[in-house]
Design a protein around this ligand. Sequence first.
Ligand code: TRP
Length: 329
Amino acid sequence: MDTVVSGIRSTGNLHLGNYFGAVRNFLKMQRENNCFFFIADYHSLTTHPKPDDLHGNIKQVLAEYLACGIDPEIATVFIQSDVPEVTELYLLLNMNAYVGELERTTSFKEKIRKHPDNINAGLLTYPVLMAADIIIHRAHKVPVGKDQEQHLEMTRRFARRFNMIYEVNYFPEPDAYNFGQELIKIPGLDGTGKMGKSEGNGIFLADTPSEIRKKVMRAVTDTGPTEPGQEPSEPVKNLFTIMNVVSDPSTVKYFTDKHASCEIRYGDLKKQLAEDIVKVTEPVRVRINEILGDNKYLAKVVKEGGEKARESASGTIRDVREILGYRSF
Ligand code: TRP
């Protein structure tokens, strides 16, 4: 079995885009691989979360992934900061990561541009920590979105460099887990672009039915088709894209035909869409709240997951120290 590692940032709640894009693939992946799924809470420190918020953020994200069907009996589910071995590997890898290459990373340059007041060293070495997360379990595959491709490329480079410097063949170079056709992009409700955590255009799994109805009814559309067979505008096409994943094919066909014949009423389309979204999200929301209320279960999940992850990580640290030349007295 291949080993898969994926880190989930503990900022922002899961939205429909995450659900249909990434999470549903995780559910399949966990049955076919040796999976490590963790909450990347060390990474979240780069933006200085308030101590009063940190635990709640971690708990919320954990509950949401479990509610979606990530199964701690099958996959190793843990919190990054419960595995201190990763910080040791991070330190060791930092010695062979060059400031120049880290400064050239796209995500780092973005941060400098957007937050010139907080360019901390943790941001600079973010890709090194991510590499440590991955190679500490000697992973073969990492499911990544477009925005993480460069980080994975750097992971491969750090793994390769380690092997070269110490003349070993210890770390495998992890590949991107490719979902092919199955990677669905969910657009936002504001007319353009992808659904995002912070763009204010998203529907969250934790949203109540009334919040969902309100958001969908406010979604951007246009003034309606004027010619039969006319191609829908981008905002309308986006609603159809969402409808395609949540609604019955016959519902999609009904509204597609109505659009083609210029008889469509966007109010009806939105009402239907909202109900179909609620049908998908409501059981998940109920489950999220059940899990959030069951601290004993959550404690058991992270304790067992943390132990399994540490077992895997400490074996790697032992080997790496040996390779580096540490010897016992
Ligand atoms: N950097 C990833 C993100 O922003 C999160 C992450 C941290 C990660 N460590 C990882 C993803 C290891 C995959 C593997 O989404």
